[in-house]
Design a binder for this molecule. Sequence first.
Ligand SMILES: Cc1cc2nc3c(=O)[nH]c(=O)nc-3n(C[C@H](O)[C@H](O)[C@H](O)COP(=O)(O)O)c2cc1C
Length: 200
Amino acid sequence: MKRGSLAIALLCLAGYVSAQDIQLAPPSKTGGKPLMEALNGRQSHRSFEKKDLPAQTLSDLLWAAYGFNREGKRTTPSSQNRQEVDVYVMFSSGIYLYDAKANKLILKEKGDFRTALGQPDISNNASLSLIYVINLDKNSRDAGLMDAGFSIQNVYLYCASAGLGAVARGSFTRPDLHDAMKLTDKQEVALVQAVGYIKQ
Ligand SMILES: Cc1cc2nc3c(=O)[nH]c(=O)nc-3n(C[C@H](O)[C@H](O)[C@H](O)COP(=O)(O)O)c2cc1C
């Protein structure tokens, strides 16, 4: 086994979500269902089985959401290419920022902040929740809201392709989430999106 793969396997065994910064597996960028089938399967799911995503799935999901697919540009468009949205990941163990360039999750806050997400039957059973945060220093709120939508649809389609469930959510508790994430007054949460294993 190569060193990188071994490190990832060990992270998996140790439960990667309790690590500090998490080096993600290289995203696959291939495979999956044909686009038309993924579009046909796209829908919101709200009932999840409590289970962590495998390391490869986590990496592929994040790459679909907001990874780089060519020099300096991402899997999503952004107004004037300002790339003003940051994607955070909330696990039961903490909140991480997706650093797509380094292909890493950067630990921001340790602890369980899922009550700030609202809809506990969704948030507590999902494998994770993605949090789309607009950086208002880079672009307007309107642009950020629109641009977050592209990531959200990418994630819906990735999940339809990978047999996972997802739901976009606007019903989080805004001040609580803002505080939990220690956001500045130049940052605003656009939307949250739960992802997990569909309960049959
Ligand atoms: C901006 C936005 C906010 C949403 N907020 C919530 C929410 O807070 N809770 C929820 O359960 N679903 C939420 N949804 C999911 C919608 O209810 C869902 O997309 C809609 O019912 C259509 O169902 P479908 O996605 O399965 O096609 C939201 C969707 C969008 C686009």
